[in-house]
Design a protein around this ligand. Structure first.
Ligand code: ZN
Length: 386
């Protein structure tokens, strides 16, 4: 054990004998009372000293071994201690890849703030390498989401779309101008490779990271599908049948897109647990009996007009959707779980709307809705060696 105070959290003395770790309310923790000697001892917790050395240096500060052990226990309990060396086998492999680690250091630091346990940040980052995510859509939103997920360390990101890249698909975080005219899926695949912090994992499990349930062709099972079609109507009013196979296979899926001048993130659907596309449509029809009639017209209407899609809004939607996806992959249930977030131009006031289960929907969520927010259809969690 080489204890280290989480470097990501700024430290400040709050008054004479209380130390505050972190700035913002979401993650700030105070520790007190802390005397001067203990305050000096805290400076020694930088990950370079093992316990025997810490005990020895504490004696020089007139601090007993027991005082040190109690302090370390309190710091651990408060989620303030990190210990990257204890993060396990997959994390060791990650740490040995210096270039990859350098690229991901800010992400690991962020994870270390969110995960209370020592080594949790590195362990979560290593776990991302074994995860497989499918992004459906390679327009302004979809390609950017795929790029961010790959850059954030998700090892297997695949993108599905048809047709060839058009000028309007180009986005700063998405497909580049050079991809215009090229098949969208091919261009998106290259984007994913280029965004990755290092070479793709050979196969899940072979580089020490956790493997999900077996999928096709020796690949891990899908941890998540992100539905980000170029036509935002398919996000705002998704076709229930399209989601049928994902509901049947229990595959979590997240909707994200831009329709006209409104950005949409969510819901994240946990099949059988939270409201799905079918539930959404049934609720909408309950509230607005004319909705199915209009929906049929929109869906069958001739397309050809350029879909309205503000680049700033598309980028915000992509970033927010990717962050929600990563939070889910890291083992949490982000606020888009069973909820849709919407922001409309020009005010961009993000508002949320719960998408509850509907009793008439065949997905079964109404029967057993969200029994326990901490269990259920989460991706491979706590399966890391060590
Ligand atoms: Zn449903």
């Amino acid at each position: 054990m080489y204890p280290m105070l989480k470097p990501a959290l700024r430290r400040a003395w709050r008054g004479r004998n209380t130390v505050q770790f972190g700035v913002t309310p979401a993650h700030a923790v105070t520790l007190g009372p802390v005397d001067l000697a203990t305050g000096s001892f805290l400076e020694l917790l930088d990950g370079t000293r093992g316990l025997p050395l810490l005990h020895e240096e504490a004696r020089a500060l007139d601090l007993s071994e027991r005082h040190v052990d109690t302090l370390l226990a309190r710091l651990t309990e408060a989620g303030l201690l990190d210990d990257p060396r204890s993060a396990g086998q997959g994390a060791d492999v990650l740490c040995r890849r210096a270039e990859v680690m350098d690229r991901q250091r800010p992400d690991v630091a962020s994870l270390s703030v969110v995960r209370p346990e020592p080594g949790g940040g590195t362990r979560r980052m290593a776990a991302r390498r074994a995860m497989r995510v499918q992004v459906r859509g390679a327009g302004r939103v979809g390609a950017s989401i795929a790029s961010v997920l790959s850059g954030a360390g998700v090892g297997h990101v695949e993108v599905l779309d048809g047709g060839r890249t058009e000028h309007g698909d180009v986005a700063p975080g998405g497909l580049p101008p050079a991809a215009v005219g090229e098949r969208r899926d091919v261009a998106a695949r290259r984007l994913v490779r280029r965004s990755a912090p290092g070479p793709a994992p050979r196969r899940a499990g072979t580089d020490g990271a956790a493997a999900g349930p077996p999928g096709s062709a020796g690949q891990p099972g899908l941890s998540l599908i992100v539905v980000a079609p170029r036509d935002g109507l398919a996000v705002y009013a998704p076709v229930a049948d399209t989601a049928g196979p994902w509901i049947a296979s229990g595959t979590p899926h997240l909707y994200a897109g831009v329709i006209e001048a409104t950005g949409v993130v969510g819901p994240l659907v946990l099949p059988g647990g939270t409201g799905c596309a079918g539930c959404l449509e049934l609720h909408r029809a309950d509230r607005d009996p004319q909705w199915p009639r209009m929906l049929a017209q929109w869906r069958s209407g001739r397309r050809g007009a350029v879909p309205a899609c503000d680049l700033g809004l598309a980028t915000a939607v992509a970033g927010l959707a990717a962050a929600h996806a990563l939070a889910f992959l890291d083992g949490d249930l982000p606020s888009c779980t069973g909820v849709r977030w919407e922001a409309a131009l020009p005010l961009l006031d993000w508002r949320s709307e719960p998408i509850g289960p509907h009793a008439d929907c065949s997905c079964g969520a109404a029967g057993g809705a969200m029994r326990d927010r901490t269990s259920g259809a989460l991706p491979a969690q706590d399966t890391m060696a060590g």
